[in-house]
Design a protein around this ligand. Structure first.
Ligand code: GTP
Ligand code: MG
Length: 452
């Protein structure tokens, strides 16, 4: 199968959902189950991502998966902390993820960030399934560690079964309220037309075999053609996070979704003031079995091929933006690659007007999502930028026209102390939230109050 592996890249799976609904626990469990299955060496830790190869998936899924049915190399899972906007996960022309798992706590149901995730999945037309998590918390539940979900559900008392089914049908109802026809995954024939709901527990691993089977089947069936790429070409990726790494200065946590990046490449990265051209100094990866998203003990690698996570160290990255594109130049024409990055930055549509509010967001993707929500609500935007709220933003907001425009909407970003003081002094209203629609709602309330 080596010949196939070279040309089929790993599908990228985003794990999304409301805070505390169990995204990280599910990924931990998948890694843990692999350890139990004696496959720990096969699981590789990546920057912001976990790669699970096909043989590990088939080991965990047991009878549910026949590995000979598949020729994709496995799955690359990207965890997205609830407080961080997963709209960072963008790539040229839309979503970075090929497919997504929307995690919903069966007790909590749909919550603000679940709805926000649904909006983004809809907008980017990303196929997804729902992991209805924490089924082990249904009162009276009898755990059957690691079992396929129908098996363990059948083994529960009538009372427990009906309690769980009620919760599951509530989730199916909420999906339908949001325009998605959905059903339990085992009743879904066409996963493009219907959303499959997979009951799982990240505590007991029940349903995890099903979850992996469904994800693998979905990617194989509907995405195989998109996975056929030339992984040896110049790398293309997306910045997940811009952060300082001890000994390396400002670095990029990135996902490479096409081609290969090498440690002697020159790259073009989207920055606040336009494309940044810089030479890679080092490509870093956590050492095996490190927690994802920890920053210690990196090892340097020579190259990274799609799809994979990597930390890129290079000079001049101070202005790089989360959500921005990365392109390797290698033997291509430098100005052509710069033009491509410029084009991609321009593609991120944020319409601004002569008068309007100031918006700030943590990533390009979230800026785009916030701006599209404001556009729907016909709220004009005068200035839109990635980054913390600074005094100059307050200066801009001051001159924004009508009193309702003298406002800054800050999504998942810090407000610098002097900016906060200045806003107070100049009567510029400051709105801060980690949930887009709550941010817009509090601004709406403010407008209503002014108008009354
Ligand atoms: P954020 O990253 O903060 O958005 O949260 P998350 O979605 O990654 O949730 P996380 O995995 O951190 O889980 C939150 C809490 O729920 C933790 O205390 C977990 O132990 C618990 N939890 C997660 N999944 C399950 C489950 O299936 N059953 C039970 N009983 N507890 C769970
Ligand atoms: Mg988490």
């Amino acid at each position: 199968t080596t010949a196939t592996d070279d040309t089929l890249r790993t599908p990228i799976v985003a794990v999304l959902g409301h805070v505390d609904h169990g995204k990280t626990s599910l990924l931990d469990k998948i890694r843990g189950s692999a350890v139990t299955a004696g496959e720990s060496g096969a699981i590789t830790q990546h920057i912001g991502a976990t790669a699970v190869p096909l043989d590990v998936i088939s080991e965990i899924a047991g009878d549910l998966v026949d590995p000979t049915d598949f020729d994709l190399p496995g799955l690359l899972f990207i965890d997205t902390p609830g407080h961080h906007s997963f709209s960072t996960l963008r790539s040229r022309g839309g979503a970075l993820a090929d497919i997504a798992i929307l995690v919903v706590d069966v007790n909590d149901g749909f919550q603000p960030q679940t709805l926000e995730a649904i909006d983004i999945l809809k907008r980017t037309q990303t196929p997804f399934i729902v992991a209805a998590n924490k089924i082990d918390t249904v009162p009276g539940w009898n755990p059957n560690e690691g079992q396929p979900v129908q098996q363990t559900m059948d083994a529960q008392s009538d009372r427990v079964q009906s309690d769980l089914n009620e919760k599951l049908y509530e989730i199916i109802g909420e999906l339908s309220d949001n325009g998605f026809s959905a059903d339990m995954y085992w009743r879904v024939q066409n996963f493009q037309a219907n959303i499959g709901v997979v009951p799982v527990s990240a505590e007991t691993s029940e349903g995890i075999p099903d979850l992996l089977t469904v994800m693998m089947g979905l990617s194989q069936r509907y995405m195989k053609e998109e996975m056929e790429i030339d992984t040896s070409g110049p790398g293309v990726g997306t910045v997940l996070e811009v952060k300082d790494t001890q000994g390396f200065g400002t670095t990029l946590d990135a996902i490479i979704y096409d081609g290969t990046i090498r440690n002697d490449d020159t790259i073009v990265v989207g920055g606040l003031q336009g494309p940044i051209v810089t030479d890679v100094r080092a490509l870093l990866r956590p050492r095996p079995l490190e927690e994802i998203r920890t920053e210690q003990e990196f090892e340097q690698v020579e190259q990274v091929a799609a799809a994979d996570g990597v930390k890129i160290a290079a000079p001049e990255l101070g202005d790089a933006m989360a959500g921005a594109p990365i392109r390797v130049i290698r033997d291509r024409d430098r100005s052509e690659v710069i033009a491509e990055v410029e084009e991609e930055l321009a593609e991120i549509e944020v319409t601004t007007q002569e008068e309007g509010v100031v918006i700030k967001a943590d990533t390009l993707g979230s800026l785009e999502a916030l701006s599209s929500t404001l556009e729907e609500e016909e709220i004009p935007v005068m200035r839109a930028e990635v980054g913390a709220v600074a005094p100059r933003d307050v200066r801009v907001a001051e001159t924004a026209g009508e009193p309702t425009n003298q406002a800054i909407l800050a999504f998942s970003v810090d407000v610098l102390d002097d900016a906060r003081d200045l806003a107070e002094q100049e009567d510029v209203e400051l709105f801060e939230d980690d949930v887009i629609y709550q941010l817009v709602e509090s601004y709406d309330d403010h407008v209503t109050a002014i108008e009354e």
